[in-house]
Design a protein around this ligand. Structure first.
Ligand code: MRU
Length: 340
């Protein structure tokens, strides 16, 4: 399966380069990250976004920040590593991938406190992510029957990961296999990840796409035009609750009402077995200006970036190891270590 899409990020000559997703689809430009503060800003401002992608970017940024500049003891190296790791984790609170990837690097640094070890660990996280997405595609492909109409929300596509995406991986897999299907894409207010990113990447790849406003999902479902919903996730908790882009909960409720299967694609790096339920997940609240834009300059606005879909509304969770239908299935399928 080949995709003619730009790399989400690159590691070149000891430096992280991020595709600037704020400029898509009009411009394909890469931002060279020079400092840890720039990496923090890039994650915070959604220059790089999507749960796995922010984890990979943070891993490289952390490694880059530990480039040896002066002599230091192992203790000093580890103290600086932990400080930089904690700082990067504070860039966005909801996607567990960010903390997970940074913690993996800290663990690698503790067993061998060298710059090269950290770079190797970041490269491994990046490489594993691509493999995991490929496997999610294989496991989820059978859900997409010839002639199916799908609906997705936000961007859990190639741009949100290393390659192939999570929710989109089954789509890319079936498209490569010549299976015809069609995808409704929610535009995803307020930052339009659906309109700017998902509709763009799917249509660039030759997949039949129809863009809709978020508020139209109920209508297309009521008209019997949706056979299947697949979304990504920022965190799945121990009980199977799904935290994802604001608007996902509404879709799950609609799916329940209209008897449409609601699937979530979840790589192991997004599974958080330490957190019991979605209620315990910190939900990022972003600047109200993203909602007001220029339309309602003086009005108070509320801008939670994510919502929690209760496990009871989820038909299945597509992982790199197969599809889980219960929280117990999920705990058995996903080992909390990198896939091999
Ligand atoms: O705010 P964003 O654009 O980072 O939100 C992204 C999502 O909600 C995705 O659905 C999720 O991170 C999964 S990406 C494979």
């Amino acid at each position: 399966m080949q995709l003619a899409l730009p790399d989400t990020l690159r590691w070149q000559d000891d430096q992280l380069h991020l595709l600037d997703q704020r400029q898509l689809p009009q411009h394909i430009e890469y931002l060279a990250i020079e400092t840890l503060e720039q990496a923090w800003q890039a994650i915070h401002t959604l220059t790089v976004r999507g749960a796995p992608a922010i984890g990979i970017a943070a891993a490289y940024a952390l490694a880059q920040s530990m480039h040896p500049r002066h002599l230091e003891t192992h203790e000093e190296f580890l103290r600086r590593l932990q400080g930089n790791a904690d700082y990067l984790k504070s860039a966005r609170p909801t996607a567990v991938n960010l903390a997970w990837a940074v913690d993996e690097l800290v663990k690698a640094g503790q067993s061998s406190p060298t710059y090269n070890t950290l770079v190797e660990a970041a490269v491994e996280i990046h490489r594993e992510d691509e493999l995991i997405c490929r496997h999610i595609g294989e496991h989820g492909a059978g859900l997409i029957e010839p002639g199916a109409n799908l609906l997705t929300h936000c961007n859990a596509g190639s741009l949100a990961v290393s390659r192939f995406g999570t929710a989109t991986a089954p789509m890319y897999h079936q498209h490569a296999a010549g299976v015809p299907f069609h995808v409704y894409v929610d535009e995803t207010r307020p930052l339009y990840q659906g309109a700017r990113l998902t509709a763009w990447e799917l249509s660039q790849s030759g997949i039949d796409v129809t863009l809709i406003c978020d508020s139209m999902a109920a209508t297309v479902m009521s008209q019997g035009k949706v056979d299947l919903v697949i979304v990504g996730t920022d965190r799945v908790t121990a009980n199977g609750d799904v935290v994802n882009k604001i608007g996902t909960l509404g879709l799950a409720v609609l799916c329940h009402h209209y008897s449409v299967p609601f699937y979530v694609a979840c790589p192991s790096s997004t599974y958080d077995e330490q957190t019991p339920t979605g209620a315990a997940v910190p939900i990022e609240e972003r600047n109200a200006e993203e909602i007001r834009q220029s339309h309602a300059a003086t009005v108070t606005a509320y801008n939670p970036a994510f919502d929690v879909t209760p496990a009871a509304l989820v038909t299945g969770i597509i992982t790199e190891r197969g599809i889980a239908h219960t929280a117990q299935d999920l705990a058995q399928l996903i080992p909390r270590t990198l896939a091999s």
